[in-house]
Structures are given as C-alpha cells and as structure tokens.
Design a protein around this ligand. Structure first.
Ligand SMILES: Cc1cc2nc3c(=O)[nH]c(=O)nc-3n(C[C@H](O)[C@H](O)[C@H](O)COP(=O)(O)O)c2cc1C
Length: 434
C-alpha cells in the first residue's frame, strides 16, 4: 500500500489538481544549445522525471534575459525566440507530461549572480557586488528606474510563452540571491526610490511581477513563487519579513508558495554542513527532528495564508519525515532535489511504499576523508567540495539525459573538471554572440 499522506491529490486555488504531494524541485539543467533553446536532452531528462511519479515537475531556471543567465547552458525566453525555439519548448513540455503530471516553468533573472564570463556588469537593484572570493562575478550596475517596468514585462512574456507552448504553470524565482531575491534583501537593495527602503518597497518588484504574470496567463493557470524563508545573513531578508511577504503573495493570487533559503554567499538551500538528522518517528513530538531545512518555518508561514498552498524544499529524505511535515507542519507539497539527479523514479517508489528513504548523496560526496572533506578548516578545500558536489549533480543530469541512466560512481574532482570545461566552452561561444 502506498503512503496515504503523500498520495492524496491537492486542488490549487486556480482549480488545477496535483496528482500527489511530491514535486521535483527546480534544478538548472544547463542543457540548452548555443542560442539558449531547449534541446532533445531536456526532452529525454523530463520524460524520465515525468515517468518517475511526482505530481509536479518544476523546470530548472529559465531566464528572461540572455544577458543575465545563471549559466551559459540556461534556456532563455526574452522576446528574441524564433520558431525553432518555440517548437523545442513544445516538445519539452510534451515530454515532461507524458505520465499526466504537471510541469511548471521556473522563470528567473540572475541579477548580480550572473557569472562574469556571461556579463561583467550585470544589472541589480543596487551596485553591491557578490562578496565571494574567486572573481567569478562582475561589478553590478544599479537598474535605472525606467528599466524596471520593462524588466518585469519580460517575466510576463516568458510566462505567456510557457503557457502557449504547453507548460501547465509557472514559478517566479524569488529565492537564492537572484534578482528578485536581491530586491527583497535590505543588504543588497539600497535603493531610495519606490523599489527599495521599506519591506513594501523591497517587495514591490516581486508583487508587480506576480500581478503582471497573472494578467498574462489568466486566472486558471497555476502560478507559484519560490522565496527564501530568510537569507541567513546579518541585515538580510529576515524570517519575519518572509511571513509578511507570503501573506501579500496569498492576497495577490499566488497558488503555491515554495519556501527555501540562502544565496550564493550563504548556500543554506543545500545545507552543505551539519545536515539535519533523518526523521525518527520514535522521538517525542515536542523534540521531534524535522529533517527538512526550512520545515520549522512552515507552521508560521501557514498562518499568513488564506488560499495559497505551501511547498517546502530542502533536505527531505524519508517518507515518514515527508508525511509528518504534511500532517503536523501544514506543508502541502514536498519538494525533492538532489536525490532525483540519480534516481528519477524515486518519487514513485515512495508513493507506492516500495522505498522508505532517498539516497543522501550530500553525505557521501567529498574530495577525501577528514580535512579533505566539506568541513575542512581550509577555505579552498571547502570550496572544492562545495563546487565539486554541485558539478557532480550536473554530470548526473547530463548522464540521465544522454544515456538514460546516472553515473553515481563518478568522482568529485572528475565531475568538477568535466563540468567546468563544458561551461567554459559554452560561455566562450556566448561571448561571440554579443
Ligand atoms: C543541481 C542543482 C541545480 C539547482 N538549480 C536550481 C534552480 O534552477 N532553481 C531553484 O530554485 N533551485 C535550484 N536548486 C535548488 C533545489 O531546487 C533545492 O532547493 C535544493 O537542492 C534543496 O533540495 P534537496 O535537499 O532535496 O536537494 C538546484 C539544486 C541542485 C542540486
């Protein structure tokens, strides 16, 4: 027998129905061609995930401006798309829904987190540079006020294209330190005009985007927002802010709010260190471990929602932990990321009761033992572990797309080298395009 908490359907405020409570979280595929169009690799990968059993698939970030990509291999929809780009999106959406599930396109703008190889002077709310060593990011330029409304129009355009090409919904990416998340953060948004300052000012970009996207797609089309529970940085977007913004999004007609956290400077969404313990049903309720990183925020956010449904992503690994989040913390949809880069069929196994837990690759991926691992006292070693793990997941996605099976035996350093080489070659091609 399947797991009842996870197998029940969910009706969204717009009327759409999710077949179950599991969602594949957005994971950037980096599989686009040199013109940032979807490819056959997207089709193959998403067919596997569609057949994998999750009721909802969120695509990796699709960019609304090809000069503000998160990586050279991103799909972009920015008003320059040709007939072939639209046909490729149609094939992508069709493959991603073969099993009758929903696929929603995540739309984004990378803001100051655009790599320097793509744009040395990316637009951001204010000229505040990403504070990371390594020189990967350029010097951001503050958006002029007259550039903001047209930029929001790009999100509406991408959402309309998503609907027209067969995607079942859209998700606005307002988390993880990309442009909209930068607008929300008082550390990064130092604007003194109507788009900064108070929480209402900082949330204006997001709310205006929600309004325009809703107008573009209509009332019966699922619309989601992925937002941070907090940035987990001093002076950043705080949890108290996120509960208020969640309430505003609810009033604005968002169907599903996904809660995550962090940014490149503070990658809490991956919780690279000190993983939460797996859920243990024998532990007393009052001291119960919540295996997902942001699950403890769910009950408070829930209080601010009248219609919208709540999704939490990050760290879910056991069926019991997922069921308890739904039953006890007011979570409606459980988001799953990294385990599905190796086993796209994992959601179905959980739903049918064939598996009780997912693989915790995050506990295994390391350059070596002890000081060579992710908790090394040396910054460089820590960084190699962090970037290497991320590359390892990209290599798994590529293997799934190219060969239909992952390659979990791949070493961390081999993954890092292969991924970096491919991304560098792609970025060079992009430079020629400008
Ligand atoms: C390879 C990879 C790519 C990701 N790309 C995106 C993305 O495009 N958009 C996004 O919102 N989150 C992205 N994430 C974050 C995931 O959606 C998710 O929040 C995170 O992996 C935590 O969930 P997990 O513990 O189940 O992996 C990515 C994560 C990974 C591992």
């Amino acid at each position: 027998m399947g797991n009842i908490a996870l197998t029940s359907t969910l009706t969204l405020p717009c009327g759409a129905v999710l077949a179950n409570r599991l969602a594949k979280a957005a994971m950037t595929e980096r599989l686009a061609d040199a013109s940032n169009r979807a490819t056959i690799l997207h089709e193959r990968l998403y067919r596997l995930w569609s057949e994998g059993g999750a009721g909802l698939l969120l695509t990796g970030n699709v960019q609304v401006d090809r000069k503000h990509l998160e990586a050279a291999g991103n799909v972009a929809i920015d008003g320059t798309e040709d007939a072939e780009a639209l046909a490729a999106l149609r094939r992508y959406a069709a493959a991603a829904t073969v099993a009758g599930n929903q696929v929603w396109m995540q739309i984004s703008h990378a803001g100051r987190q655009t790599p320097k190889t793509i744009n040395p002077h990316p637009k951001a709310p204010s000229a505040v540079k990403v504070a990371l060593p390594g020189g990967q990011f350029g010097e951001p330029v503050a958006l002029r006020e007259d550039e903001i409304i047209p930029l929001i129009g790009r999100f509406a355009h991408a959402a309309r294209v998503a609907r027209d090409t067969g995607f079942n919904g859209v998700q606005i990416h307002a988390a993880h330190g990309y442009l909209i998340s930068e607008f929300l953060s008082p550390r990064v948004n130092l604007r003194r005009d109507a788009w900064g300052g108070s929480l209402a000012g900082r949330a204006r970009f997001l709310l205006e985007t929600v309004r325009q996207v809703r107008a573009a797609v209509g009332d019966d089309f699922p619309m989601s927002v992925k937002m941070n529970s907090a940035d987990f940085q001093r002076g950043g977007f705080a949890f108290e802010d996120s509960t208020v913004v969640a309430g505003w999004l609810d009033e604005a007609g968002v169907d599903l709010i996904e809660v995550s956290g962090g940014s490149y400077e503070q990658p809490s969404m991956m919780k690279l260190e000190g993983q939460e313990p797996a859920y243990d049903p024998t532990i007393a309720e009052s001291t119960r471990a919540r295996e997902a990183y942001f699950q403890k925020f769910a009950p408070e956010i829930r209080k601010h929602l009248k219609r919208a449904k709540l999704m939490v992503t990050g760290g879910f690994r056991t069926a019991a932990g997922m069921a308890s989040a739904i039953a006890l913390d007011g979570v409606d949809v459980v988001g799953l990321g990294r385990p599905l880069t190796v086993d796209p069929g994992a959601p179905g196994k959980l739903l049918r009761g064939e598996a009780a837990a997912l693989d915790r690759w995050e506990d295994r991926l390391r350059v070596g033992p002890g000081w060579l691992g992710p908790r090394s006292p040396f910054m460089l070693v820590k960084a190699v572990n962090g970037f290497g793990a991320q590359s390892w997941y990209y290599e798994q996605l590529l293997a799934l797309a190219e060969r239909g099976a992952a390659n979990p035996g791949l070493g961390l350093l081999a993954a890092l080298l292969s991924d970096q080489r491919r991304e560098a070659a792609r970025a060079k091609k992009l430079v020629f395009l400008f």
